[in-house]
Design a protein around this ligand. Structure first.
Ligand code: UD1
Ligand code: CA
Length: 462
């Protein structure tokens, strides 16, 4: 599909969303709808993509930041008008085919797009509309066919009579055009309708009147056409996707004994015999091994988890957790963290931009930041790697089998040698050699009878 391109319509305000953001940035399973639509185009092998922005264009352009071309539609005069803004882009693709996608229809999949292109080219159509049969066609453009089932027009809800409203085959908004025909058809769309908008959907009857061949490709996957115009519809789509993913995982051998609050992105892979407990959110870019227990109350983003791991009340982003690690409750893994095999991190432990070697235990109330921790290390309660001096960050290095005493501060940059000990309450500012004990705190002095002599207390009140 090298010479083909895509125009994604994303200028609309989405009045019914009542949002400060462009509608296409509303999230389906924690990903903006527009990102899913862009992925569909890319997965269908289309490299050249132009997004038409409009309402709060600057937000959308910043979000897209170089991932696609953009063109601004300064006034929202309809979907046909939106495509007109991309005419210079379309002109660069003369001779090829142009895919039009709606930025607010996030379920469109690349298979449907590819199958529609095949149908488009093998039938020699100038325009192929991707349609679907839905239970409730309200609000969508209806696919109108004549007695011989030939596709003759798309009629928008606002212009449809009672008979037309009963048609349940609808326009998904996704369509293929030959670039040259599209340029011609765009010049012939008018805004003579009840809304005074330039409807892209009018191209069907215009093309047919000129004797051009137009087709409607009915998608097998009826969900592919669903769009979200309101928060209620967005919730419906979220719920559909949520149930679909959970059903697929269970069919593949994952246990979800109670799906309450379980939201797993469709890109996520989970191994067999893993159990997902309530309150688990697994966002895009995660892979979970087999025989794990994930949850309750765990949020993962771009995180890889090995086999046999336990993650109880864990929040992790851009991290890797290797086989048989046992994390939680209440562990936070921040970006660029690798947790080794058989590691235990317990309550209120935060790890950032660090590697933690196999069999290391960080059991309570500890911050490990910008550190390279060896294997078999034991952290006492309340250890802090002091990685930030207010200006710059530095690393701590802890050798294999070291023992870091409770309430130790490790002032980076500092190195604790292999098998070395730090005494509880030490503030370590200098490297500790292998096998050494480092004590960095004042020696205790007891002042006998000090309280009796000084009477620092008030009279007892009880
Ligand atoms: C559109 C179709 C309808 C189809 C439905 C599928 C038209 C006239 N109607 O209706 O047949 O069934 O999609 O979901 O095409 N947009 C702009 N600029 C504008 C107007 C819209 O960029 O001036 C963008 C929107 O951001 C949106 C897309 O185009 O991503 C579709 O617009 P929307 O207003 O949602 O159209 P629908 O009423 O859903
Ligand atoms: Ca829409």
């Amino acid at each position: 599909m090298e010479c083909n391109c895509a125009v994604i319509l994303a200028g609309g305000e989405g009045t019914r969303m009542k949002s400060q953001k462009p509608k296409v940035m509303a999230e389906l399973m924690f990903r903006p709808m527009i990102d899913r639509v862009i992925d569909t185009a890319k997965n269908a092998g289309i490299e050249e993509i132009c997004v038409v922005t409009g309402y709060r264009a600057e937000l959308l352009e910043a979000h897209l930041a170089g991932r696609t071309e953009t063109v601004r539609q300064t006034q929202r005069l309809g979907t046909g008008h939106a495509v007109m803004q991309a005419i210079p882009f379309i002109k660069r693709h003369r001779g090829g085919n142009v895919l039009i996608l709606n930025g607010d229809a996030p379920f469109i999949d690349h298979r449907t797009v590819e199958d529609a292109l095949y149908y488009h080219t093998t039938n020699g159509f100038v325009q192929t509309v991707i349609s679907a049969k839905v239970e409730n066609p309200f609000g969508y453009g209806r696919i109108v066919r004549d007695k011989n089932e030939n596709f003759i027009a798309i009629t928008e809800e606002a212009s449809a009579d009672e008979e037309t409203k009963k048609i349940n085959e609808i326009n998904s908004g996704a369509m293929w055009f030959s670039a040259d025909a599209l340029l011609d058809l765009l010049s012939r769309i008018t805004n003579e309708n009840s809304k005074g908008e330039y409807y892209l959907t009018d191209t069907v009857s215009i093309a047919l009147r000129s004797g051009l061949r137009v087709g409607a490709f009915t998608a097998d996957n009826a969900d592919a056409v669903l769009g979200a115009n309101s928060r209620a519809q967005l919730q419906e789509l979220n719920e559909m996707l949520r149930k679909k993913v959970i059903a697929r995982l269970m069919a593949d051998g994952v246990s979800v004994p109670c799906a309450d609050g379980v939201m797993i992105d469709d890109s996520v892979k989970v191994g067999r015999d893993t159990v997902i407990l309530p309150g688990v959110i697994i966002k895009e870019g995660c892979e979970i091994g087999s025989d794990c227990v994930i949850g309750p109350n765990t949020v993962l983003y771009k995180t890889k988890v090995g086999d046999g791991c336990v993650l109880n009340s864990v929040q992790a982003e851009e991290a890797e957790v290797r086989d048989h690690a046992n994390l939680g409750p209440f562990v936070h893994l921040r970006p660029n963290t690798v947790i080794g095999e058989h590691v235990h991190c317990g309550n209120f432990v935060e790890v950032k931009n660090s590697t933690v070697g196999d069999h290391t235990a960080v059991s309570h109330l500890t911050y490990v930041g910008d550190s390279d921790v060896g294997k078999g290390v034991n952290f006492g309660c309340g250890v802090v790697t002091v990685n930030f001096n207010g200006k710059s960050k530095h690393r701590c290095v802890i050798g294999d089998d070291a023992f870091i005493g409770c309430n130790t501060n490790l002032i980076a940059p500092v190195r604790v040698g292999a098998r070395a000990y730090t005494a509880a309450g030490s503030t370590i500012t200098e490297d500790v050699p292998d096998d050494a004990l480092s004590i960095a705190r004042q020696r205790q002095t007891n002042k006998e009878n000090w309280v009796i002599k000084r009477k620092p207390y008030r009279e007892k009140k009880y």
